[in-house]
Design a protein around this ligand. Structure first.
Ligand SMILES: C=C(O[C@@H]1C=C(C(=O)O)C=C[C@H]1O)C(=O)O
Length: 357
Protein backbone atom coordinates (compact mmCIF):
# COMPACT_ATOMS: atom_id res chain seq x y z
CA UNK A 1 0.00 0.00 0.00
CA UNK A 2 1.39 3.39 -0.98
CA UNK A 3 0.94 5.74 1.98
CA UNK A 4 1.64 8.71 -0.27
CA UNK A 5 -1.08 7.77 -2.78
CA UNK A 6 -3.58 7.11 0.02
CA UNK A 7 -2.90 10.56 1.45
CA UNK A 8 -3.36 12.21 -1.94
CA UNK A 9 -6.82 10.62 -2.35
CA UNK A 10 -7.83 11.46 1.21
CA UNK A 11 -6.76 15.08 0.74
CA UNK A 12 -8.84 15.17 -2.45
CA UNK A 13 -11.85 13.74 -0.56
CA UNK A 14 -11.41 16.34 2.21
CA UNK A 15 -11.47 19.14 -0.36
CA UNK A 16 -14.52 17.67 -2.14
CA UNK A 17 -16.35 17.27 1.19
CA UNK A 18 -15.97 21.00 1.84
CA UNK A 19 -17.44 21.70 -1.60
CA UNK A 20 -20.32 19.25 -1.03
CA UNK A 21 -20.97 20.80 2.39
CA UNK A 22 -21.14 24.31 0.97
CA UNK A 23 -23.31 23.22 -1.95
CA UNK A 24 -25.70 21.36 0.37
CA UNK A 25 -26.10 24.50 2.46
CA UNK A 26 -26.70 26.70 -0.58
CA UNK A 27 -29.34 24.22 -1.71
CA UNK A 28 -30.89 24.36 1.78
CA UNK A 29 -30.92 28.18 1.64
CA UNK A 30 -32.87 28.07 -1.63
CA UNK A 31 -35.34 25.59 -0.11
CA UNK A 32 -35.79 27.94 2.86
CA UNK A 33 -36.46 30.85 0.49
CA UNK A 34 -38.99 28.67 -1.38
CA UNK A 35 -40.62 27.97 1.98
CA UNK A 36 -41.04 31.77 2.47
CA UNK A 37 -42.60 32.09 -1.01
CA UNK A 38 -45.05 29.29 -0.18
CA UNK A 39 -46.02 31.48 2.78
CA UNK A 40 -47.49 28.80 5.04
CA UNK A 41 -49.22 27.00 2.13
CA UNK A 42 -48.49 23.40 1.16
CA UNK A 43 -44.78 22.74 1.61
CA UNK A 44 -44.37 19.16 0.37
CA UNK A 45 -44.55 18.91 -3.44
CA UNK A 46 -44.46 15.25 -4.51
CA UNK A 47 -44.47 16.11 -8.23
CA UNK A 48 -41.35 18.29 -7.85
CA UNK A 49 -39.58 15.67 -5.67
CA UNK A 50 -40.25 12.92 -8.23
CA UNK A 51 -38.88 15.17 -10.99
CA UNK A 52 -35.73 15.95 -8.96
CA UNK A 53 -35.08 12.24 -8.34
CA UNK A 54 -35.74 11.21 -11.95
CA UNK A 55 -33.50 13.99 -13.30
CA UNK A 56 -30.66 13.02 -10.94
CA UNK A 57 -30.88 9.44 -12.19
CA UNK A 58 -30.88 10.56 -15.83
CA UNK A 59 -27.83 12.78 -15.29
CA UNK A 60 -25.91 10.29 -13.14
CA UNK A 61 -22.52 9.55 -14.76
CA UNK A 62 -21.64 6.80 -12.18
CA UNK A 63 -19.84 4.94 -10.72
CA UNK A 64 -22.54 5.33 -8.05
CA UNK A 65 -25.63 3.33 -9.15
CA UNK A 66 -28.87 5.23 -9.87
CA UNK A 67 -30.55 3.73 -6.84
CA UNK A 68 -27.79 5.03 -4.56
CA UNK A 69 -27.82 8.59 -5.91
CA UNK A 70 -31.62 8.62 -5.67
CA UNK A 71 -31.42 7.49 -2.02
CA UNK A 72 -28.85 10.19 -1.23
CA UNK A 73 -30.90 12.94 -2.88
CA UNK A 74 -34.02 11.61 -1.16
CA UNK A 75 -32.31 12.42 2.16
CA UNK A 76 -31.00 15.77 0.93
CA UNK A 77 -34.54 16.83 -0.04
CA UNK A 78 -35.89 15.53 3.25
CA UNK A 79 -33.49 17.78 5.19
CA UNK A 80 -34.16 20.77 2.89
CA UNK A 81 -37.91 20.37 3.31
CA UNK A 82 -37.52 20.11 7.10
CA UNK A 83 -35.99 23.61 7.06
CA UNK A 84 -39.21 24.87 5.46
CA UNK A 85 -41.39 22.90 7.91
CA UNK A 86 -40.86 19.41 9.41
CA UNK A 87 -43.52 16.94 8.22
CA UNK A 88 -45.43 14.57 10.50
CA UNK A 89 -46.42 11.19 9.07
CA UNK A 90 -49.04 8.86 10.59
CA UNK A 91 -48.48 5.11 10.25
CA UNK A 92 -49.70 1.84 11.76
CA UNK A 93 -47.40 1.31 14.77
CA UNK A 94 -45.83 0.37 17.00
CA UNK A 95 -42.34 1.44 15.96
CA UNK A 96 -40.59 -0.91 13.57
CA UNK A 97 -43.47 -1.79 11.21
CA UNK A 98 -42.95 -2.08 7.47
CA UNK A 99 -45.25 0.91 7.11
CA UNK A 100 -42.82 3.03 9.16
CA UNK A 101 -40.02 1.81 6.88
CA UNK A 102 -42.13 2.76 3.84
CA UNK A 103 -42.79 6.22 5.34
CA UNK A 104 -39.08 6.82 5.82
CA UNK A 105 -38.27 5.48 2.36
CA UNK A 106 -40.72 7.97 0.86
CA UNK A 107 -40.15 11.07 3.03
CA UNK A 108 -36.54 10.53 4.22
CA UNK A 109 -35.25 10.54 7.79
CA UNK A 110 -36.00 14.20 8.56
CA UNK A 111 -39.75 13.52 8.53
CA UNK A 112 -41.29 12.80 11.91
CA UNK A 113 -43.12 9.42 11.88
CA UNK A 114 -45.94 8.99 14.40
CA UNK A 115 -47.06 5.49 15.42
CA UNK A 116 -50.88 5.00 15.48
CA UNK A 117 -52.89 2.14 17.00
CA UNK A 118 -54.74 1.40 13.76
CA UNK A 119 -54.93 2.48 10.11
CA UNK A 120 -58.29 4.08 11.00
CA UNK A 121 -56.65 6.26 13.65
CA UNK A 122 -53.84 7.18 11.25
CA UNK A 123 -56.43 8.38 8.69
CA UNK A 124 -58.38 10.29 11.37
CA UNK A 125 -55.30 12.16 12.63
CA UNK A 126 -54.52 13.36 9.11
CA UNK A 127 -58.16 14.11 8.26
CA UNK A 128 -58.33 16.37 11.34
CA UNK A 129 -54.97 17.95 10.30
CA UNK A 130 -53.30 16.93 13.58
CA UNK A 131 -50.68 15.26 11.34
CA UNK A 132 -49.69 16.01 7.73
CA UNK A 133 -49.75 12.69 5.78
CA UNK A 134 -50.68 9.06 6.28
CA UNK A 135 -48.84 6.07 4.82
CA UNK A 136 -50.92 2.89 4.57
CA UNK A 137 -50.37 -0.52 2.94
CA UNK A 138 -52.73 -1.15 0.02
CA UNK A 139 -51.62 -4.40 -1.61
CA UNK A 140 -49.12 -7.22 -1.28
CA UNK A 141 -47.76 -9.24 -4.18
CA UNK A 142 -48.44 -12.54 -2.39
CA UNK A 143 -51.59 -11.83 -0.43
CA UNK A 144 -53.42 -9.21 -2.48
CA UNK A 145 -55.42 -6.21 -1.30
CA UNK A 146 -55.40 -4.69 2.18
CA UNK A 147 -59.16 -4.35 2.58
CA UNK A 148 -59.23 -1.86 5.45
CA UNK A 149 -57.16 0.72 3.56
CA UNK A 150 -59.39 0.37 0.48
CA UNK A 151 -62.55 0.70 2.58
CA UNK A 152 -61.26 3.81 4.36
CA UNK A 153 -60.44 5.51 1.06
CA UNK A 154 -64.04 5.21 -0.18
CA UNK A 155 -65.32 7.74 2.36
CA UNK A 156 -62.16 9.64 3.37
CA UNK A 157 -61.69 13.21 2.09
CA UNK A 158 -57.93 12.52 1.82
CA UNK A 159 -56.32 12.25 -1.61
CA UNK A 160 -53.56 9.91 -2.68
CA UNK A 161 -50.39 11.90 -3.35
CA UNK A 162 -47.80 9.15 -3.70
CA UNK A 163 -46.98 5.45 -3.68
CA UNK A 164 -44.14 3.49 -2.07
CA UNK A 165 -43.03 0.02 -3.09
CA UNK A 166 -41.11 -2.04 -0.51
CA UNK A 167 -39.56 -5.52 -0.72
CA UNK A 168 -40.77 -7.40 2.36
CA UNK A 169 -38.46 -9.85 4.10
CA UNK A 170 -39.84 -11.72 7.09
CA UNK A 171 -37.73 -13.37 9.78
CA UNK A 172 -38.55 -15.79 12.60
CA UNK A 173 -37.57 -13.91 15.75
CA UNK A 174 -37.26 -14.80 19.40
CA UNK A 175 -35.95 -13.47 22.71
CA UNK A 176 -33.34 -16.23 22.91
CA UNK A 177 -31.49 -18.61 20.54
CA UNK A 178 -33.06 -21.95 19.50
CA UNK A 179 -36.54 -23.13 18.54
CA UNK A 180 -36.95 -25.48 21.53
CA UNK A 181 -39.95 -24.64 23.71
CA UNK A 182 -41.77 -22.35 21.27
CA UNK A 183 -45.50 -22.79 21.85
CA UNK A 184 -46.87 -19.85 19.82
CA UNK A 185 -45.86 -17.59 17.00
CA UNK A 186 -47.19 -14.02 16.81
CA UNK A 187 -47.57 -12.29 13.45
CA UNK A 188 -49.78 -9.99 11.44
CA UNK A 189 -52.37 -12.02 9.48
CA UNK A 190 -50.72 -10.96 6.20
CA UNK A 191 -47.30 -12.17 7.42
CA UNK A 192 -48.79 -15.52 8.55
CA UNK A 193 -50.22 -15.93 5.06
CA UNK A 194 -46.99 -14.85 3.33
CA UNK A 195 -44.96 -17.41 5.34
CA UNK A 196 -47.60 -20.16 5.38
CA UNK A 197 -45.54 -22.83 3.53
CA UNK A 198 -42.41 -22.15 5.54
CA UNK A 199 -44.33 -22.45 8.82
CA UNK A 200 -45.93 -25.75 7.73
CA UNK A 201 -42.52 -27.20 6.90
CA UNK A 202 -40.47 -25.85 9.76
CA UNK A 203 -42.62 -25.56 12.88
CA UNK A 204 -44.56 -28.39 14.51
CA UNK A 205 -48.38 -28.31 14.21
CA UNK A 206 -48.60 -27.79 17.97
CA UNK A 207 -47.21 -24.25 17.65
CA UNK A 208 -50.20 -21.92 17.76
CA UNK A 209 -50.29 -19.14 15.12
CA UNK A 210 -51.59 -15.96 16.74
CA UNK A 211 -52.65 -13.09 14.50
CA UNK A 212 -51.95 -9.61 15.95
CA UNK A 213 -52.40 -5.99 14.80
CA UNK A 214 -48.95 -5.49 13.22
CA UNK A 215 -45.61 -7.23 12.76
CA UNK A 216 -43.94 -4.85 15.22
CA UNK A 217 -46.64 -5.67 17.78
CA UNK A 218 -45.78 -9.36 17.22
CA UNK A 219 -42.11 -8.59 17.90
CA UNK A 220 -43.01 -6.61 21.01
CA UNK A 221 -45.11 -9.50 22.37
CA UNK A 222 -42.33 -12.01 21.66
CA UNK A 223 -39.85 -9.80 23.51
CA UNK A 224 -41.99 -10.28 26.64
CA UNK A 225 -42.73 -13.98 26.21
CA UNK A 226 -39.94 -16.60 26.26
CA UNK A 227 -42.25 -19.30 24.84
CA UNK A 228 -43.19 -17.23 21.82
CA UNK A 229 -41.64 -16.41 18.48
CA UNK A 230 -42.64 -13.62 16.10
CA UNK A 231 -42.61 -13.11 12.37
CA UNK A 232 -41.43 -9.60 11.58
CA UNK A 233 -38.85 -7.60 9.67
CA UNK A 234 -35.35 -6.38 10.43
CA UNK A 235 -36.47 -3.04 11.88
CA UNK A 236 -38.80 -4.74 14.39
CA UNK A 237 -36.06 -7.27 15.31
CA UNK A 238 -33.68 -4.41 16.10
CA UNK A 239 -36.29 -2.31 17.88
CA UNK A 240 -37.27 -5.15 20.25
CA UNK A 241 -33.80 -6.75 20.59
CA UNK A 242 -34.78 -10.15 19.19
CA UNK A 243 -32.58 -12.96 17.84
CA UNK A 244 -33.09 -14.05 14.23
CA UNK A 245 -33.78 -17.83 14.24
CA UNK A 246 -34.46 -17.97 10.48
CA UNK A 247 -34.06 -15.34 7.79
CA UNK A 248 -36.22 -14.46 4.75
CA UNK A 249 -38.94 -17.00 5.49
CA UNK A 250 -41.48 -15.49 3.05
CA UNK A 251 -42.75 -18.11 0.60
CA UNK A 252 -42.47 -15.82 -2.45
CA UNK A 253 -38.95 -14.55 -3.13
CA UNK A 254 -40.34 -11.32 -4.65
CA UNK A 255 -42.70 -10.57 -1.79
CA UNK A 256 -43.44 -6.84 -2.16
CA UNK A 257 -45.93 -4.47 -0.55
CA UNK A 258 -47.26 -1.30 -2.10
CA UNK A 259 -48.19 1.57 0.21
CA UNK A 260 -50.09 4.78 -0.51
CA UNK A 261 -49.35 8.25 0.82
CA UNK A 262 -52.45 10.36 1.48
CA UNK A 263 -52.87 14.00 2.39
CA UNK A 264 -55.06 17.02 1.67
CA UNK A 265 -53.55 18.12 -1.63
CA UNK A 266 -53.94 17.47 -5.32
CA UNK A 267 -50.65 16.71 -7.03
CA UNK A 268 -49.64 18.11 -10.43
CA UNK A 269 -48.66 15.95 -13.42
CA UNK A 270 -45.06 14.75 -13.91
CA UNK A 271 -45.38 12.73 -17.13
CA UNK A 272 -45.06 9.41 -15.25
CA UNK A 273 -48.12 9.26 -13.05
CA UNK A 274 -50.89 6.99 -11.87
CA UNK A 275 -54.53 7.73 -11.16
CA UNK A 276 -56.55 5.69 -8.67
CA UNK A 277 -60.34 5.68 -8.70
CA UNK A 278 -63.18 3.75 -7.09
CA UNK A 279 -66.42 3.11 -9.01
CA UNK A 280 -69.68 1.26 -8.49
CA UNK A 281 -71.14 -0.95 -11.23
CA UNK A 282 -74.75 -2.09 -11.32
CA UNK A 283 -75.19 -5.79 -10.52
CA UNK A 284 -76.15 -7.02 -14.02
CA UNK A 285 -74.43 -8.97 -16.79
CA UNK A 286 -71.86 -7.03 -18.80
CA UNK A 287 -72.00 -3.97 -16.50
CA UNK A 288 -68.30 -3.97 -15.62
CA UNK A 289 -67.31 -4.54 -19.24
CA UNK A 290 -69.44 -1.58 -20.39
CA UNK A 291 -68.17 0.59 -17.55
CA UNK A 292 -64.55 0.05 -18.55
CA UNK A 293 -65.02 0.70 -22.27
CA UNK A 294 -63.91 4.38 -22.05
CA UNK A 295 -60.64 3.31 -20.39
CA UNK A 296 -59.74 0.97 -23.25
CA UNK A 297 -61.15 3.31 -25.95
CA UNK A 298 -58.85 6.13 -24.82
CA UNK A 299 -55.73 3.94 -24.73
CA UNK A 300 -55.36 4.20 -20.96
CA UNK A 301 -53.47 1.27 -19.37
CA UNK A 302 -55.02 -0.23 -16.25
CA UNK A 303 -52.43 -1.35 -13.69
CA UNK A 304 -54.86 -2.65 -11.08
CA UNK A 305 -58.44 -3.83 -10.85
CA UNK A 306 -59.76 -4.90 -7.46
CA UNK A 307 -63.30 -5.58 -6.31
CA UNK A 308 -64.59 -5.10 -2.76
CA UNK A 309 -68.04 -5.60 -1.23
CA UNK A 310 -69.70 -2.16 -1.28
CA UNK A 311 -71.30 -2.59 2.17
CA UNK A 312 -74.44 -1.03 0.65
CA UNK A 313 -76.22 -4.29 -0.22
CA UNK A 314 -75.57 -8.03 -0.44
CA UNK A 315 -73.41 -8.92 -3.48
CA UNK A 316 -72.99 -5.27 -4.41
CA UNK A 317 -69.40 -4.39 -5.27
CA UNK A 318 -67.21 -1.37 -5.78
CA UNK A 319 -64.13 -1.56 -8.01
CA UNK A 320 -60.75 0.00 -7.32
CA UNK A 321 -58.95 0.84 -10.52
CA UNK A 322 -55.42 2.17 -11.02
CA UNK A 323 -54.50 3.54 -14.41
CA UNK A 324 -51.40 5.05 -15.94
CA UNK A 325 -51.46 8.82 -16.38
CA UNK A 326 -52.71 11.91 -14.54
CA UNK A 327 -56.34 13.08 -14.42
CA UNK A 328 -55.19 16.24 -16.23
CA UNK A 329 -53.78 14.17 -19.14
CA UNK A 330 -56.23 14.41 -22.05
CA UNK A 331 -56.78 10.64 -22.53
CA UNK A 332 -57.28 10.02 -18.78
CA UNK A 333 -59.64 13.01 -18.47
CA UNK A 334 -61.77 11.72 -21.37
CA UNK A 335 -61.79 8.18 -19.94
CA UNK A 336 -62.90 9.52 -16.54
CA UNK A 337 -65.67 11.60 -18.10
CA UNK A 338 -66.88 8.49 -19.99
CA UNK A 339 -66.84 6.42 -16.81
CA UNK A 340 -68.82 9.09 -14.94
CA UNK A 341 -71.57 8.87 -17.60
CA UNK A 342 -71.91 5.11 -17.06
CA UNK A 343 -72.10 4.89 -13.27
CA UNK A 344 -73.84 6.53 -10.35
CA UNK A 345 -70.65 6.53 -8.29
CA UNK A 346 -67.10 7.36 -9.30
CA UNK A 347 -64.53 8.93 -7.01
CA UNK A 348 -61.05 9.96 -8.08
CA UNK A 349 -58.84 8.98 -5.14
CA UNK A 350 -55.87 10.88 -6.56
CA UNK A 351 -53.30 11.30 -9.32
CA UNK A 352 -49.70 10.96 -8.16
CA UNK A 353 -46.16 10.28 -9.43
CA UNK A 354 -45.21 6.64 -9.97
CA UNK A 355 -42.76 5.44 -7.29
CA UNK A 356 -39.19 6.45 -8.12
CA UNK A 357 -37.23 4.64 -5.37
C1 LIG B 1 -37.76 23.20 -2.20
C2 LIG B 1 -39.05 22.84 -2.34
O1 LIG B 1 -39.80 22.26 -1.29
C3 LIG B 1 -39.72 20.86 -1.01
C4 LIG B 1 -38.32 20.39 -1.11
C5 LIG B 1 -37.82 20.00 -2.34
C6 LIG B 1 -36.34 19.87 -2.57
O2 LIG B 1 -35.60 19.88 -1.60
O3 LIG B 1 -35.92 19.83 -3.74
C7 LIG B 1 -38.72 19.71 -3.38
C8 LIG B 1 -40.07 19.82 -3.23
C9 LIG B 1 -40.69 20.16 -1.94
O4 LIG B 1 -41.19 18.98 -1.35
C10 LIG B 1 -39.79 23.04 -3.63
O5 LIG B 1 -41.03 23.06 -3.60
O6 LIG B 1 -39.13 23.23 -4.66
Amino acid sequence: MSEELLKQHRDAIDAIDVEILNLLNSRANHAREIGEIKGGGIIYRPEREAQVLRRIQQLNPGPLPNESVARLFREVMSECLALEKPLSIAYLGPEGTFTQLAATKHFGHAAHTVACASVDEAFRLVESRALDYVVAPVENSTEGAVGRTLDLMVSSPLRICGEVVLRIHHHLLRKQEGVAGITRVYAHAQALAQCHEWLNKNLPDSVERVSVASNAEAARLASEDGQAAAIAGQAAAERYGLVKLAENIEDEPNNTTRFLVLGHQQVGATGQDKTSIVVAAPNRPGAVHQLLAPVADNGVSMTKFESRPSRAGLWDYVFFIDMEGHHDDANVATALAGLAERTSFVKVLGSYPQAVL
